[in-house]
Design a protein around this ligand. Structure first.
Ligand code: NAP
Ligand code: ZN
Ligand code: ZN
Length: 363
């Protein structure tokens, strides 16, 4: 939107931004509140879209509570964003007005390093990916996320949402979906492989659905058996409680791949013991504090521990298309924006089935 002001009798074009409503955290201890933010005008390579839905990821909570120690307030969280294109820049070729699109955890990167050239922008070594919120954009402005009604993003960092996926269910795929899809592909989960998923939350339930759709044998390792019926319905073949020490005896040496989606510290040695020789445990959860690993838990069985960060743009598009083809979508609870603080409390109380999604029309 061009805002014209009268200055000493002349008209000058200034302040090429649009003001929109949003929900923001103003400190690590205050609840999120309604506010307004600015979005830049659409540049030649930009796509502007109305945000229809934004998922609530546990990373939003880690960030605004400053558990990762890099919060710069105010922060508008939200990196699971789905909506409809309203305007495109003059050079845009991939999208047109009316298209169904999404944005995940990053909105830019250097585009020149080996990772970017390989389509793995999340591992950009040329300054790092530009986070969708709580980051500094390449234009020097702070980025603000999806708990808002519109966003402007370079077309190369925008995803196409297939028609088969409703927009509210598409939103969580942009983080929870790709974060679990990427390691399943990287470590070749499929027919004949034994995959375990630790934690049945937002990421965990997507891991179960995706691994099942890829043909793997899927086991959930949850703290209790409370969500067992859900887990089996979502595609798990087996379900165990980690509060039962018998679980670790029974499943010793069973898995090719374990995805740890837990947002808190675990005794990793116990879980490494569940891997086959040459098996890998992949850290997806990012708890506030470090975890210790005894060398023996890796040496015996030549086991690996690794980590994995979301996924690049091409693989995110591949994941969305896979989900459309295999009818894989998250279990969601759509909430009003004013409910966001309560939703955070419920995520922390492990009372989410299995992803909260904000209907941004209520902002
Ligand atoms: P979530 O919905 O809160 O799920 C976390 C699950 O972990 C819970 O459902 C619970 O499962 C289990 N859990 C929680 N507290 C626990 C504890 N004290 N001990 C044992 N288990 C516990 O969170 P999310 O949105 O899926 O995110 C999970 C983690 O992944 C967060 O740390 C987030 O920041 C991180 N993350 C990483 C990436 C990445 O790129 N690597 C991307 C997105 C998110 P049960 O009830 O089944 O035990
Ligand atoms: Zn996330
Ligand atoms: Zn790069």
């Amino acid at each position: 939107m061009h805002i014209w002001i009268h200055l000493l009798g002349t008209r000058e074009e200034e302040d090429m931004t649009t003001t929109i409503p949003a929900y923001a955290a103003t400190s690590a201890t205050e609840p999120l509140t309604r506010t307004t933010i600015e979005r830049r005008d659409v540049g030649p390579h930009d796509v502007a879209f109305d945000i229809k839905f934004a998922g609530i990821c546990h990373s939003d909570i880690h960030t605004v509570r400053n558990e990762w120690g890099r919060a710069r307030f105010p922060i508008v969280p939200g990196h699971e964003i789905a909506g409809i294109v309203t305007e495109i820049g003059s050079e845009v070729t991939k999208y047109k007005v009316g298209d169904r699109v999404g944005v995940g955890c990053f909105v830019d990167s250097c585009r020149e390093c080996d990772s970017c050239l390989a389509g793995e922008q999340q591992y950009c070594t040329g300054g790092g990916m530009v986070g969708t919120y709580n980051a500094k954009g390449r234009d020097g402005q702070r980025t603000q996320g999806g708990y808002s009604t519109a966003i402007v993003v370079d077309e190369n960092y925008v995803l196409r949402i297939p028609d088969a996926i409703p927009l509210d269910k598409a939103a969580p795929l942009l983080c929870a979906g790709i974060t679990t899809y990427s390691p399943l592909r990287h470590w070749n989960a499929g027919s004949g492989s034994q995959v375990a998923v630790i934690g049945l939350g937002g990421l965990g339930h997507m891991a179960v659905k995706l691994a099942h759709a890829m043909g793997a044998h899927v086991t959930v390792l949850s703290q209790s058996l409370k969500k067992m019926e859900d887990g089996l319905r979502l595609g798990a073949d087996e379900y165990f409680a980690t509060s039962d020490p018998g679980t670790f005896k029974e499943l010793a040496g069973r898995f090719d791949l374990i995805l740890n989606t837990v947002s808190a510290n675990l005794n990793l040695a116990d879980y490494l013991g569940l891997l086959k020789t040459d098996g890998t445990l992949v850290e997806l959860g990012m708890p506030e504090n470090p975890m210790t690993v005894p060398a023996g838990a890796l040496i015996f069985g030549r086991r690996s521990i690794s980590g994995s960060l979301i996924g690049g743009i091409p693989q995110t598009q591949e994941m969305l298309d896979f989900c459309a083809e295999h009818d894989v979508t998250p279990e969601i609870e759509v909430v009003d924006a004013a409910y966001v603080n309560e939703a955070y409390e419920r995520v922390l109380a492990i009372d989410v089935r299995y992803r909260f999604v904000i209907d941004t029309a209520t902002i």
